[in-house]
Design a protein around this ligand. Sequence first.
Ligand code: MLT
Length: 307
Amino acid sequence: MAKQILTLNQISLKGLERLPRDCYEVASEFAHPHAILLRSHKLKIEDIPASVLAIGRAGAGTNNIPVAECSKRGIPVFNSPGANANAVKELVAAGLLLGSRGIIDGIQYVDTLADMTDKAEMNKVLEAQKKQFKGSELVGKTLGVVGLGAIGSLVAEMALTLGMDVVGYDPALSVEAAWRLSSQVRKADNLSALFARCDYITLHLPVLDATRGLVNAELLSAVRKGTCLLNFARQEIVDEEALVAALDGDQLRQYIADFPSPALIGRDDVILMPHIGASTEEAEDNCAIMAAEQIRDFLENGNISNS
Ligand code: MLT
């Protein structure tokens, strides 16, 4: 009998192709599925049918899944670490450029010229106005990377290619990442030391009890004036009240994040994106393939990886 896989989000076809039709049925409704495949659907323990043997998340974070309760019920939860790391890294590159150059203000200003018909006149106006969009270069600036896992270490390598100095901090740094990054990425002894010496700081941590609200008033008071903080990881890592105070007090120059938040929308010193770090065709395929293969390996062979 074919095994039934319940999909709670639209999962990329390339991932579903890893579940052969003669052995698997895939649908968004099943009374007694063998496994669940999902992306960002917020799953509650009471919504998991008793028949479920495994859950696969096509994404890195598992904070939308009640992992501890699943463990108590003996249900492994698989994620796809690294499968969307390149997509996030590329968006961080865009974040660094948005934080260093007057790109957004400049584009918005150009839109205000829509009614001008004379090109020469437009160039004259632009010539007079463009000094207000002057930025600074990333070359020679220091980037602090907090968390050097799959995404953080790619971000560190990308920043080196832009000519930035990179300082990293990760108390759980893998031997492999330490080896790969060792020659060029300096390690900070602790977070306060990293916060105190960087022009840009980027966060690449999961949400855990230990990381929720980690970037608090004390850490933010350590930053050099003019620092730009980037958060393409999870909103909960930054204490929002402390963040607003640091921006209001001009301690922090700018905050660029991949999550909208009512308290921050509309501020001149904040750029917010709609959680699109992993929203590329390639990342969605890679994550779905990894999650589907793990579910299959578990259901067919009992193997557990990335759980
Ligand atoms: C992830 O956890 O993989 C990313 O934040 C993207 C997502 O939530 O889909």
